[in-house]
Write a protein that binds this ligand. Structure first.
Ligand code: GLN
Length: 457
């Protein structure tokens, strides 16, 4: 049923880079057989899932949205993917994304744009835009995304779905095509908090294949999510929340501000105290993020040399082969970022850029950490605007980068954050576009954060 539905809208949306019809039907049949045999089939048995194309899938092409990896078929599953399969999930296909996760609109995909299901003239956000649109259009029940600087939360906001960026290290990065290794997180995108919690419970937990993966045992994040009738009228009584002042006001779309205000009212009506907190370093997080992410990317992407993976150009000399391969395989935004990252790391500039950015990162970590000593969670929009039109920002990379203002700091701090639909922003023509609110929790506080999100929802 899901495959039929997926295909009926895929021509309009372009959420997928590959649909594995045969594989999905075989997985579903295998689960049926195990059920018939009375076996325990796992918590996600038969649930149709989409996988962002930067997560390795054994026997199924994985491109990370890049022509450089066109035709690459991984010999192994990413840990998160293997855990989903073991829990019985059925993988329908690989979702579109900005090349190597570098972008905020899916327009940097090396293969195709994806269209926002709410308005096909608009972007779904990025870089996990294919996962977001697939979940929003119910092409899959849920999907995996990855978030280096907002790539789960911003597309969740643009498409009106739930997105969870876990604490750094909560989910293994093994088998995730690296963008910026100190920031990359794998997480779920779903139609409800309960669904996202179910996926996170399966994919989280220690993994010896990723040395930065936390030793903390996996938790069942669904158990604390009480049904509505057990919550009482003020389930958030005693909870203290704060809106980050630097993320409201100037530069924020009026529709986004209105949706955030109504979210705050809703939280208060549930009994929470909502104050405002100032985090002065928040504004400098954006340049720090771009220095750190691009520096790490310039190092990570050196592996695409035409020797080890994917595309290789014909040439007589080694250097010529490198040059031609990378020129043909890597898109212009990726090239720009490798150049900027290499520049920031070069001798003589290291102290001025990379080192300073790391100092800013520490400042942000301390500031957000201190606020979370005082409050149970922090609130801000997931993006300053709702979904914009395809092509609107493609010629202005800086304008695109600025849209990441509200998300990147939490990657710098390594903290968990959930994006939840909280209303609609009305457009001049009368169209309504979804808006998401971001809730930020303490390190490894996903259980508490998801409980809060569930009550809000
Ligand atoms: N838009 C941000 C960037 O381009 C974040 C991307 C991401 O989280 N992968 O770097």
């Amino acid at each position: 049923t899901y495959l039929r539905g997926l295909k009926s809208v895929e021509g309009r949306l372009g959420s997928f880079l590959a649909v594995d019809e045969e594989g999905a039907l075989a997985q579903a049949a295998a689960i049926d057989a195990r059920i018939a045999a009375g076996e325990d089939v796992g918590p996600l048995a038969g649930v149709p899932i989409g996988i962002k194309d930067n997560l390795c899938t054994q026997g199924l092409a994985t491109t990370a949205g890049s022509k450089q990896l066109d035709g690459y078929v991984p010999p192994y599953d990413a840990t998160a993917v293997a855990r989903l399969r073991a829990a019985g999930a059925v993988l329908l296909g690989k979702t579109n994304m900005d090349e190597f996760g570098m972008g905020s609109s899916c327009e940097n995909s090396g293969f195709q744009p994806t269209h926002n299901p709410w308005d096909p003239e608009r972007v779904p956000g990025g870089s996990s835009g294919g996962s977001a649109s697939a979940v929003a259009a119910n092409q899959v029940v849920a999907a995996l995304g990855s978030d280096t600087g907002g790539s789960i939360r911003q597309p969740a906001s643009f498409c009106g779905v739930v997105g969870v960026k876990p604490t750094f290290g909560r989910v293994s990065r093994n088998g995730l095509v690296a963008y910026a290794s100190s920031l990359d997180c794998v997480g779920p995108m779903a139609q409800s908090v309960a669904d996202a919690a179910a996926l996170l419970s399966v994919i989280a937990g220690p993994d010896t294949a990723d040395s930065t993966c936390s030793q903390r045992a996996a938790e069942d994040f669904t158990t604390g999510l009480l049904p509505a009738e057990q919550l009482g009228s003020t389930p958030l009584a005693g909870r203290r929340l704060a809106v980050i002042r630097e993320t409201t006001g100037e530069g924020v779309d009026a529709g986004v501000s209105a949706a955030l205000s109504s979210a705050i009212q809703h939280l208060k009506s549930l009994g929470a105290e909502v104050e405002e907190v100032s985090l002065p370093s928040f504004a400098v997080g954006l340049p720090a993020y771009y220095v750190i992410a691009l520096s790490e990317a310039s190092s990570n992407l050196s592996r695409y040399d035409g020797v080890r993976y994917g595309h290789r150009a014909e040439a007589d000399e080694l250097w010529e082969m490198y040059g031609k391969t990378r020129h043909a395989g890597l898109g212009s935004e990726v090239a720009r970022r490798i150049l900027m990252g290499t520049y920031a790391l070069s001798a003589g500039y290291y102290d001025a850029y990379y080192k300073r950015a790391q100092q800013v990162r520490t400042l942000i970590q301390r500031e957000v950490g201190a606020a979370l000593q005082q409050y149970d969670a922090l609130l801000c929009p997931a993006a300053p605007t709702p979904a914009y039109k395809l092509g609107e920002k493609t010629s202005d990379p800086l304008a695109m980068y600025k849209g990441d203002l509200m998300t990147v700091n939490l990657n710098l701090a390594g903290l968990p954050a959930v994006c939840l639909p909280c209303g609609f922003a009305e457009q001049p023509g009368g169209a309504k576009l979804p808006v998401g609110v971001q809730m930020i929790g303490r390190a490894f506080g996903e259980a508490e954060l998801l409980q809060l999100a569930h009550v809000f929802e």
